[in-house]
Design a protein around this ligand. Structure first.
Ligand code: FMN
Length: 322
């Protein structure tokens, strides 16, 4: 079993050190470990060209056609059985390159789209070797380490929650997560033995998760969090006492018990989480229905668009000098 570590920090910086310590923990459980430092890799932003969808719909694999290093990282993820990612907090959330990877994985690895594509291919009578490969359907245990220099977690507040995005589209299983703020005060993490032990434990948790049957694989982190699926503590307030897990999207009712904020999530909400297939199916259906709605609308009103766009087209674009 292979655990892949992905570091988004500087080479030999804090993310690298914390990640390697976690990988030592994973290795102690018998897992094979390897790591990639992505800092100097080129992972361009998804330009929304839709080629990954189009290639897949034409019977190919779900590939990004941009000439950057995404395919290298993607292949490494696909070959791994579990992932531990460490990303620095930049401007209160994960560094931009991490989001670039999430966006590209999200578009090309959407589990619901891949399942539906294989169903379509089966209906067309295609042979097994023309199906989307099995490695695309592996549910990999996921460990997250968000690394911030600030003394207080107030300045890393969107770090971990932003890092969870990596796990949604390809249905990773959140096992453990650490909000490693306070790196400035630690000077070097190796000075803090308790902290290093905690990172090691994140790694052993990932390694141990790999030994369990998937249905028994569950969260092993220190904090339960207010969300029982992603174990984050972030809530979006809707109407009245209705709240939504900002990270994974489940809707529940806020309550205060024994002075503590709690959220009651009805049973059916669990499969609506973005970490679960129900959440992805709901979103995929939503996108499909939008397509047919858009076609109807275009048929009826499409001819009005050039006239309606005229005032917008009058705005000057500043072009980069050549
Ligand atoms: C542009 C920039 C923005 C940063 N913003 C934050 C921040 O909002 N909160 C925080 O805790 N640390 C912030 N930091 C500090 C980094 O998270 C910290 O130095 C981290 O250890 C970098 O990871 P690395 O050593 O693996 O490169 C920022 C650093 C840079 C360069």
């Amino acid at each position: 079993m292979k655990v892949l570590g992905l570091s988004f920090g500087r080479k030999n910086g804090n993310c690298d050190m914390l990640l390697k310590q976690a990988l030592l923990g994973a290795q102690s459980t018998g897992a094979e470990v390897e790591y990639i430092n992505t800092c100097n890799l080129k992972i361009d932003r998804c330009t929304g060209c839709g080629a990954c969808d189009k290639v897949r719909e034409k019977g190919g694999m779900s590939i990004c056609i941009q000439k950057d290093d995404f395919a290298f990282v993607e292949d490494a993820i696909m070959e791994a059985d579990a992932i531990i990612a460490a990303a620095p907090v930049y401007s209160v959330g994960p560094v931009g390159q991490y989001k670039n990877l999430c966006d590209k994985m999200g578009a090309s690895h959407d589990r619901c789209a891949l399942i539906r594509e294989n169903e379509r291919r089966r209906e067309l009578g295609w042979s097994e070797d023309r199906m989307i490969a099995r490695k695309y359907f592996k549910n990999r245990p996921l460990g997250l380490i968000s690394v911030g220099g600030a003394r207080t977690p107030g300045w890393t507040s969107m770090g971990l929650s932003g890092m969870h995005i990596l796990g949604f589209s390809n249905q990773m299983i959140p096992i453990d997560a650490i909000d490693a703020y306070g790196m400035g005060d630690r000077v070097n993490p190796v000075f803090d033995r308790e902290f290093m032990a905690r990172l090691y434990r994140l790694g052993t948790n990932i390694g141990n998760a790999l030994k369990l049957p998937e249905e028994e694989t569950e969260w092993m982190g220190d904090h339960e969090g207010v969300c029982p699926v992603c174990h984050c503590n972030q809530l979006t307030v809707r109407e009245g006492v209705t709240v939504e897990c900002t990270v994974c999207g489940m809707v529940g009712e806020l309550d205060i018990k024994d002075g503590k904020i709690q959220v009651e999530y009805p049973e059916e909400q669990f499969n609506r989480s973005r970490y679960r297939i129900g959440g992805l199916i709901e979103h995929n259906d939503e996108i499909r229905s939008m397509r047919s709605f858009a076609m109807m609308k275009m048929e009826k009103d499409g001819h009005r668009i050039p006239g309606l766009l005229e005032p917008l087209n009058a705005i000057n674009e500043v072009k980069k000098p050549v």
